[in-house]
Write a protein that binds this ligand. Structure first.
Ligand SMILES: NC(=O)c1ccc[n+]([C@@H]2O[C@H](COP(=O)([O-])OP(=O)(O)OC[C@H]3O[C@@H](n4cnc5c(N)ncnc54)[C@H](O)[C@@H]3O)[C@@H](O)[C@H]2O)c1
Ligand SMILES: O=C(O)C(=O)C[C@@H](O)[C@H](O)[C@H](O)COP(=O)(O)O
Ligand SMILES: [Zn+2]
Length: 364
């Protein structure tokens, strides 16, 4: 039986929105709220999802009385570009979509980020709904309203804060997800545990094999836990004025790896995993993280099948120019999210460059 097992809310006043998590829920009545019969919408997806899931979602949208069009993009991180954004915008204009239209993102973080960005600028802003289909997008990317495209010089360099009207997480989507993508998504799950919750981290240590076997109960728990943590944080600091930046743990290094390797050659979660190790090692070298905590982080990432080292052909020095373009940089100063213990992280500035370089070298 299809069932919504959890309904969470991102509390943002009039822009508050629900996150519905369940099995087979794309088929539920009224699932596409706030869409109602007669509304116009544009489904944005990629070629892979078009073959796997699009028809099912299309059928249920039609059944719900929605006037639905579609645009199918190329698949891959290398297509998270302004060019693909224009493909979405052109499709909206060709099909005469007006300001009351709704974009529906069906896919992973790439489709979600692109669709959200297009929604934020089309005719100065229209509604959008997230239907995330990867673990990574279900635990992180679909919630919180960070939308973006990449630039040759840096990840997510062009974007906006634009919240979805609802997030529909159907855990059944994960059944077709390639194993390496499941593993990649776990990097963000482990990130949440390191930043916020020691007992969640211990639970992950105990259950990692069960989660990776796609056990429904275990995977739903991971999704719910991460969405709860993120929803709470977004409600308090929507625009990263402050502690939302904690969600960037591992990303200053990870984004450098993604750009340097060429978009798509390192999956986002893989790069973030190596970045988490670098951040943890920096913290250990600064005397802020105990050796045992560092080891536990390393072990869990390794057992998950995630990389614990950066690319061999990337020198420590070559990280720095990318890190200097990171969005957290203030007055030319690199700011890093560093774990202090498992379950606690903080944002640091004025870190000795030699320590940053040593930590990267130790993780090569
Ligand atoms: N906005 C945010 O807050 C946020 C947070 C984290 C990551 N991100 C961004 O998300 C992106 C990574 O997202 P991702 O890991 O989902 O990658 P992705 O969107 O590229 O999806 C990974 C691959 O899985 C395929 N796929 C998706 N769902 C599938 C399914 N159910 N079955 C089979 N194949 C499926 C996709 O077609 C793609 O080939 C990065 O660009 C990253 O910067 C954004
Ligand atoms: O939601 C956030 O805030 C995050 O930082 C989540 C990250 O996992 C995500 O990859 C984000 O896009 C990175 O931050 P960015 O500001 O550099 O795009
Ligand atoms: Zn991320």
């Amino acid at each position: 039986m299809n069932k919504i097992v959890e309904k969470l809310t991102v509390i943002l006043g009039k822009r508050s929105y629900p996150i519905k998590i369940g099995s087979g829920i794309i088929k539920e009545d009224n699932i596409f709220w706030p869409l109602k019969p007669g509304d116009q919408a544009m489904l944005v997806t990629n070629k892979t999802l078009a073959n796997l899931l699009k028809d099912k979602v299309f059928y249920h949208l039609r059944k719900s009385g929605i006037k639905i069009d579609q645009v199918i993009l190329s698949d891959g991180e290398q297509y998270k570009t302004l060019n693909e954004m224009e493909v979405i915008i052109s499709a909206l204009l060709e099909k005469k979509h007006t300001r009351d239209t709704t974009l529906i993102a069906l896919g992973g973080g790439v489709i979600g980020d692109l669709t959200g960005f297009a929604a934020s600028v089309y005719q100065r802003g229209v509604r959008f709904i997230q239907i995330p289909t990867t673990l990574l997008s279900q635990v992180d990317a679909s919630v919180g309203g960070k939308t973006s495209v990449n630039h040759l010089f840096g990840k997510n360099m062009i974007g906006s804060f634009w919240q979805p009207s609802s997030v529909i997480i159907d855990v059944d989507c994960l059944k077709t997800l390639p194993y390496n993508q499941l593993v990649s998504g776990m990097a963000e799950v482990i990130k949440y545990a390191i930043i916020f919750d020691e007992s969640f981290f211990s639970w992950l240590e105990e259950n990692i094999e069960t989660i990776l076997s796609l056990d429904y109960k275990a995977i739903s728990y991971c999704i719910k836990k991460c969405c709860e943590l993120k929803a709470k944080l977004i409600s308090l600091d929507e625009r990263e004025k402050n502690f939302r930046a904690l969600l960037n743990l591992g990303h200053t290094y990870g984004h450098a790896i993604e750009v340097h390797a060429g978009y798509g050659n390192w999956l986002h979660g893989e790069a973030i995993s190596a970045g988490i190790v670098m951040a943890a090692r920096t913290s250990e070298l600064l005397g802020n993280l105990e050796k045992n905590d560092f080891k536990r982080i390393l072990m869990l990432l390794k057992r998950t099948g995630l990389p614990i080292k950066g690319p061999k052909n990337m020198s420590a020095a070559s990280y720095i120019p990318y890190m200097m373009r990171d969005k957290k940089v203030i007055s030319g100063e690199i700011r890093l999210v560093l774990p202090l213990s498992i379950g606690k992280a903080e944002i640091y500035s004025n870190i000795d460059k030699n320590i940053i370089l040593s930590a990267i070298k130790d993780s090569q």
